[in-house]
Ligand binder design. Structure first.
Ligand code: MG
Length: 454
């Protein structure tokens, strides 16, 4: 950690090496200086090792700057975000490393709407942090009451339920398998399912900071055991969360793990028939199938840079938003809140299945079929940017989206070439309707990139 603290998604680091109590204390002072004396800040954490250590140090820093701290203890990120907005707090801090491996922890700062603060605001906090310029208050003004905020999960669950038809879903008696990633999703999603009359089997529901059964990132590989259980037990639906439960990856009744852009296309299609919003927001890393499914329904897909925070802020600027999402399972339902929300997405999926009265596998099979390939090529950032420029020139006659790397769209396939935001690699994602076309796209792209790609 040189002179940058915040990465693409908050502060992340190795527990007790990068993220020590000293760092957390200083960050607490910087965050407190940013919000200012008398601000009400909600603090919470996921199940990760060191979470309590970091929270305690953070709170000390916040108190020293005169912040009124309300401590929620363990809870999912979207639960904290929802409560910040609903409880009219000035902001919130959640200690989580989301989907990172167990040895990592992190800190996310959210503003009064529950959305993570902007890049500019993060820079301001960094400025205080590195300059050591903190607005410590006079000793007489240090808040010394311990505000526990224990109702956060209950408030969140109740309000998620208000967004769906509880009686209709109850009447279906769905069999659901919930994989909580051994973390805080276990504190809300099984309760939502229970209140919706489901028969619930919870997997990885014990809080375990070692994540001993599966990694905290929900993927086809990490959810393979859960998928097997869904199929073996003839469940209607499976869902896998990440470490802080803002992401939901679904498993259909045939045990197929669905990538997030697929499930989002299914949900958006359903919402398009019910609600008036006509814009869907997603990152360029999502499949083109989203347009193929939604354009015929009069829905415009707005392509954005990779990163959920940017998606949230862009959605706020429009008044005809239907939903937003990322291909990793982060889904934003703005009628509830403008951030990714694993529990809300799960409830929406049940609502959809109840109303459509069809199996998820049928809805999945209706989606256009694509062959997919993802490649990572080690490359310096400057070289990767040059490669993107060459792709833009080469495919000048095709439709290209250039908001983040280059996404070239062909009649029956697409490719995204993009420098990673976190590591020195060039990422290539390609999809096509036939294997031949996919191979052609990859060959063509590798030729244009040249050098390391071959
Ligand atoms: Mg997450």
């Amino acid at each position: 950690m040189e002179n940058r603290l915040f990465g693409t998604d908050g502060v992340r680091g190795l527990i007790n090496r990068d993220l020590t109590p000293d760092v957390a204390l200083r960050l607490g002072l910087a965050i407190g200086t940013f919000f200012g004396e008398g601000s009400r800040i909600l603090v919470g954490r996921d199940v990760r090792r060191g979470g309590k250590m970091i929270v305690n140090a953070l709170i000390s820093g916040l108190l020293s700057t005169g912040i009124e701290v309300y401590n929620c203890g363990l809870l999912p990120t979207p639960t904290l975000q929802y409560n910040v907005m609903k409880g009219r707090f000035d902001g919130g801090v959640i200690v989580t490393a989301s989907h990172n491996p167990p040895q990592y922890n992190g800190i996310k700062v959210v503003g009064s709407k529950g959305i993570e603060i902007t890049r500019e605001d993060e820079r301001e906090i960094e400025k205080y942090y590195f300059a050591g310029k903190f607005d410590r208050v006079d000793w007489r003004r240090i808040p010394d009451r311990d505000y526990m905020y224990e109702k956060a999960a209950e408030i969140y669950v109740n309000d998620v339920l208000k967004q769906v038809d509880v009686e209709l879903i109850k009447s279906k008696k769905f069999k659901v398998i919930i994989d909580c990633a051994n973390s805080v999703g276990a504190l809300t999603t099984p309760i939502i399912a229970k209140k919706l009359g489901c028969r619930v089997l919870t997997i990885n529901g014990n809080l375990d900071p070692d994540f001993s059964w599966r990694e905290p990132e929900p993927t086809v590989n990490s959810l393979k055991d859960t998928a097997l259980i869904v199929r073996q037990l003839n469940a209607d639906l499976g869902v896998g969360h990440d470490g802080d439960a803002d992401r939901s990856i679904f498993i259909d009744d045939r045990g197929r793990v669905m990538w997030g852009d697929r499930s989002a296309a299914i949900i958006a299609k359903y919402l398009a028939r019910k609600l008036s919003g006509r814009k869907v927001f997603t990152a360029v890393s999502s499949s083109l199938l989203v347009e193929e499914v939604l354009n015929p329904l009069g829905i415009e897909v707005v392509w954005l840079k990779v990163g959920s925070v940017g998606i949230s802020y862009e959605m706020l600027k429009h008044d005809d938003t239907l939903c937003g999402f990322e291909e990793n399972g982060g889904f934003i339902y703005p009628r509830h809140q403008y951030v990714r929300d694993g529990g809300m997405t799960f409830a929406l999926m049940l609502q959809l299945l109840a109303e459509e009265n069809r199996k998820l596998s049928e809805l999945y099979d209706e989606l256009p079929k694509y062959y997919s390939e993802k490649i990572k090529i080690p490359m310096e950032r400057s070289k990767a940017l040059e490669a993107v420029e060459r792709i833009k020139e080469h495919f000048i006659n095709e439709r290209i989206i250039t908001i983040d790397g280059a996404k070239v769209i062909f009649s029956d396939g697409w490719v995204l070439v993009r420098p990673s935001g976190t590591e020195p690699v060039l990422r290539i994602m390609a999809e096509a309707k036939t294997k031949e076309k996919l191979n052609w796209i990859l060959k063509e792209v590798k030729q244009v990139i040249g050098g390391e790609a071959n």
